[in-house]
Design a protein around this ligand. Structure first.
Ligand code: F6P
Length: 343
């Protein structure tokens, strides 16, 4: 049996540990593995690299992904799916492990429906896939964002300032809410709950009156601010091959609004890709290893069209279609619980 491993979409800390584990489990079962480079692009132009236990031995602690990645969508390219299927045959692949978020696994699901033997591994720092409690990379992103809050707090305190930290999270506020809770943010704004700017001013003025000049606000890049019944969302005009605009800059808008309306001194920081860079946490490494080993087991059992999944501390699997049926939003009960700290 020959297995191809492919990673698509944004990179996420832990992917290399997943690749190492897939190779090790596959070898244990007597399967060969090759890496497909640059996501689906590597199956359109046949760009591969050999993978064996020696070549992956020391990669578990490394960030990025040794196979590289891209946001290529074969369904947006003329004859793209046909080419992918032909090249899978040309490479004599018996099965494909696809590591990705909703876009990459969405392509995997469509190809599976066309007869390609595929299994999925969930990875996205956004943690928004409904078929798994945790996706590879989320824990590391939260740890980095929490560390950023701790650091920003000391400088904010020293200057009696308000500091806004903008974190990733296109459609969901998982990183923002977890880091905000762990870092003791005074307010967290998430895409699921649009917030009126006047509520932000009121909270900050109240803190100021109580003699608390330093405040920390965490905002997800996809959060919406409501001002005079209009929702403000900062997104680019151009879109990627999956139709997503680039997000970013809502913290700067909020900085200007707060400063202009309250006269308080504000600074904003966009954490950006620092959240995806560097070493994965121990949790992400182990999660990645367990999910990837499960993906190989699914192949051995010929359970194609499934995605490895982490649920209630157990590794299991769900059909790819189920795993992406809906976007996993932050539960409102969790946001309500966090609100107790918004003061
Ligand atoms: O999907 C993961 C993610 O990190 C989002 O949180 C973010 O909006 C996006 O990727 C950024 O993508 P890129 O690396 O292409 O700028």
């Amino acid at each position: 049996m020959k297995i191809g491993v492919l990673v698509g979409g944004g990179d996420a800390p832990g992917l290399n540990a997943a690749i190492k584990s897939a190779v090790s489990k596959a070898n244990e079962l007597g399967f060969d593995v090759i890496g497909i480079r640059n996501g689906w692009a590597g199956l359109l132009d046949v760009d591969t690299q050999p993978l064996n236990s020696d070549s992956v031995e020391d990669i578990h602690s490394r960030g990025g992904v040794i196979l590289y990645t891209s946001r290529t969508n074969p369904f947006k390219i003329e004859n793209g799916p046909k080419k992918v299927i032909e090249n899978i045959k040309k490479l004599k692949l018996d099965a494909l492990i696809v590591m990705g978020g909703e876009d990459t696994l969405g392509v995997a699901e469509r190809l599976h429906e066309m007869g390609v033997p595929i299994v999925g591994v969930p990875k996205t720092i956004d943690n928004d896939l409904s078929g798994t409690d945790y996706s590879i990379g989320f824990d590391t992103a939260v740890a980095i964002a929490t560390d950023a809050i701790d650091r920003l707090r000391t400088t904010a305190e020293a200057h009696h300032r308000i500091v806004i930290l903008e974190v990733m999270g296109r459609n969901t506020g998982w990183i923002a809410l977890y880091a905000g809770l762990a870092g003791g943010a005074n307010l967290t704004l998430i895409p699921e709950v649009p917030l009126g700017v006047s509520q932000v001013y009121d909270l900050l003025k109240k803190r100021h009156e109580m003699g608390k000049a330093c405040s920390i606000i965490v905002v997800a890049e996809g959060a919406r601010l409501v001002k005079e019944k209009e929702q403000i969302l900062m997104e680019s005009m151009e879109k990627d091959e999956f139709g997503h605009p680039r997000l970013g800059g809502i913290s700067h808008v909020l900085e200007d609004l707060i400063q202009g309306n309250t006269g308080l001194e504000v600074r904003s920081v966009v954490l950006g890709h620092l959240q995806r860079g560097g070493s994965p946490t121990a949790f992400d490494r182990i999660l990645a290893m367990r999910l990837a080993a499960k993906a190989v087991e699914l192949i051995a059992e010929k359970k194609f069209g499934e995605m490895a999944s982490f649920q209630a501390c157990e590794v299991t699997s769900v059909p790819l279609r189920e795993g992406m049926k809906e976007r996993k939003s932050v539960p409102l009960e969790l946001y309500e619980m966090a609100k107790a700290f918004f003061r």
